[in-house]
Design a protein around this ligand. Structure first.
Ligand SMILES: [Zn+2]
Length: 413
């Protein structure tokens, strides 16, 4: 598996190296290798990037396989989607139509829609059926250049049903070319029919589910939806502290409709606070002064027709901004990370560097992954290769330009 492979020549290669993790970025800060550029792989990792002809000579000496490209191509690290709900069952097309025709969330719930519909469909699905759905969505993501996909549970809402979801994610991760990073979101909402308070539900998840997650290595990350209607910061805090004490990393669905979640995220040392559409200047300041990564989810903005995460303010204040798809059947059905990132860039006036970092190196940080998100020597050979002669074409075409080739751990997909 340590065979060498040279790919190129590329018009441009963007290794996404040398960028600060926090704060605003100018395109001039991007390290753009130009002209006739090659990428030399060694097995599953990047050996080096540089002048194609020099690497070609080297390849002859070391006996590398040469994949010579004909045409104009630009290579970037494979994209990382740090927030998805691609483990789910059932379409919410009816909800979408209802919402756009003016029905309220409560009216939709009364008509049998809302998140509870997805919970019911997901509970009714077998583990194998869930696996098929995850694999199908992961394949689509992979073909669009997304080589690492965070995947949450959260539509089971009992110990057994959450385990079914997380085992499905684990099973797909073992056989699919894309890497899935699982997160336990058993605290998505207080389940209907649960005999007990929200605190009692969280206590049950913490005492019964968390130990099994450890035993079966099903998830190393715990997420919670902090929102009126879901869990308050006061209810969430002991749950997250217990998770932290057991060695889990924390991420929070925060400030989607009301504030409180991001402040809690910083207090408990969460790796990321995701959503933030309702964050005010106060929350922006709190996040910017912390190590908690702010994750924008423009897919939810597009799905719900609400505000964007204040990405520009967050970056100007010095926060680290990741961008993820939130792909889910209810509020973000599109699941096109690049398109959504491009639209956020236009809406929030983000540089190409800020948008591309948000779906590569900064998204890797949101998942605490140091082996990807750049094309540094030794990083995973995950590549998104676009048919164009300048990287600016990629966001300019707002997600319509798809990769011509994708490599995952050195293998062409
Ligand atoms: Zn979400």
């Amino acid at each position: 598996m340590n065979t060498y492979k040279l790919i190129g020549p590329f018009k441009q290669v963007l290794p996404m190296t040398g960028l600060p993790l926090n704060g605003a970025l100018k395109d001039e800060q991007l390290n753009v290798l130009e002209g006739k550029v090659g990428i030399l792989l060694q097995g599953e990792t990047i050996a080096k990037t540089g002048d194609f002809d020099t690497l070609l000579n080297e390849s002859k000496i070391i006996g590398a396989e040469v994949v010579e490209l004909d045409g104009d191509f630009v290579a970037l690290p494979g994209f990382i989607d740090s927030h998805t709900h691609i483990c789910s069952s059932g379409s919410r097309a009816r909800d979408y139509a209802f919402r756009n025709s003016g029905k309220t969330y409560l009216e939709m719930a009364e008509l049998g829609g809302g998140i509870w519909y997805t919970v019911t469909q997901t509970r009714n699905a077998s583990q194998k059926e869930l696996e098929a759905g995850i694999a199908e969505r992961a394949s689509r993501h992979l073909s669009e250049g997304v080589t690492t996909i965070e995947t949450k549970s959260g539509y089971g809402l009992t110990v057994d049903e959450e385990l079914k979801m997380l085992r499905a994610i684990q099973a797909v991760n073992e056989k699919h070319a894309a890497d899935l990073v699982s997160t336990c979101l058993a605290a998505h909402m207080h389940p209907k029919g649960f005999e007990g308070s929200k605190a009692e539900y969280l206590e049950q998840i913490g005492s019964k589910l968390f130990p099994i997650l450890k035993e079966e290595n099903l998830a190393s990350r715990i997420d919670i939806f902090v929102e009126s209607g879901a869990f308050s910061p006061q209810e969430a805090k002991p749950y997250l502290e217990k998770a932290k004490a057991m060695g889990f990393s924390i991420t929070i669905h925060a400030d989607q409709f009301s504030t409180g979640g991001s402040q809690l995220a910083v207090e408990v040392g969460a790796v990321s606070a995701d959503h933030l559409e309702a964050s005010t200047d106060k929350e922006v300041e709190i996040l910017a002064k912390s190590n908690t990564i702010a994750t924008a989810l423009p897919g939810a903005t597009l799905g719900l027709g609400c505000a964007y995460t204040p990405a520009r303010k967050l970056l100007n204040a010095g926060a680290c901004l990741a961008i993820a798809s939130d792909w889910n059947p209810g509020s973000a059905p599109m699941g096109d990370l690049l398109m959504q990132a491009a639209v956020l860039g236009s809406a929030e006036k983000l540089s190409n560097a800020e948008v591309l970092a948000g779906i590569t190196v900064r998204a890797a940080a949101a998942l605490e992954l140091t082996d990807r998100g750049t094309l540094a020597e030794g990083a995973l050979a995950d590549l998104a290769i676009f048919p164009c002669n300048n990287y600016q074409e990629i966001l300019y075409q707002q997600g319509k330009l798809k990769p011509a080739m994708v490599y995952k751990k050195g293998q062409k997909i």
